[in-house]
Write a protein that binds this ligand. Structure first.
Ligand SMILES: [Fe+2]
Length: 214
């Protein structure tokens, strides 16, 4: 099983703080049944440092004893606007033509029109767009048809499995279950910042993995 969203790189964002913590997370991921990891540090303020993130990736890979690790980013859409679309290929996954996009938590339904243009631009450069944790976005919590529309546009939706414990902001369990029942999610990901998050991944996979559309 591939975990395509996590903050396992040491010292580059609000995830793992040290290499030791990264390695403890790696062991926990393995125990949770994960066999492949895409490392996706935050491409957003105040964390984004492209070179430092790649250095952290190389460091972790050198200590991971052959565990399959590849590089990506969790790209905040406002950060992408700031950087410009020439950055799209640099922020995509390095092993597969995929792009993990984070939207703004408090976006209004009207903001999604602007999001659509950016999503089409990423798709136009040949990348599969994966939307990180739609269950966390207010507009989607209120109106799941916005999530349906993203799927219709060709996006794949990724739930962050801490939803089973309420989620990062505490209100994600209900909306995630609603989207799961509607068959809208393609992926579960740990979105792990700490070791404990892999237990949520394992539990979510066991209880709800059958509802993913793949
Ligand atoms: Fe994340």
């Amino acid at each position: 099983m591939r975990d395509l969203h996590c903050h396992i790189l040491p010292g580059v964002d609000d995830g793992a703080r040290t290499v030791d913590e990264s390695l403890a997370m790696l062991a926990a991921a393995y125990r949770a049944g994960i066999t492949e990891i895409v490392c996706t540090p935050h491409a957003r303020d105040p964390y984004f440092d492209y070179d430092a993130m790649w250095d952290a990736f190389e460091l972790l890979r050198s200590k991971a004893r052959g565990f399959p690790l590849s590089m990506g980013f969790e790209v905040n859409i406002a950060k992408l606007w700031e950087l410009g679309s020439q950055w799209i290929p640099y922020l995509a996954f390095d092993a597969t033509p995929e792009f993990l996009l984070e939207l703004q938590t408090n976006a209004l339904p009207a903001d999604f029109a602007r999001y659509e243009r950016t999503i089409y631009e990423i798709q136009g450069q040949g990348y599969q767009v994966i939307i990180a944790h739609p269950e966390r976005y207010r507009a989607i919590q209120k109106d799941p048809t916005i999530a349906e529309n993203l799927v219709r546009m060709g996006c794949k939706l990724q739930a962050s499995t801490d939803f089973i414990a309420g989620g990062r902001l505490g209100a994600e369990k209900k909306p995630a279950k609603k989207l799961l029942k509607a068959g809208l999610y393609a992926y579960f990901a740990s979105d792990a910042h700490r070791v404990k998050h892999y237990a949520y991944y394992e539990k979510a996979m066991k209880e709800y993995g059958g509802l993913l559309r793949g």
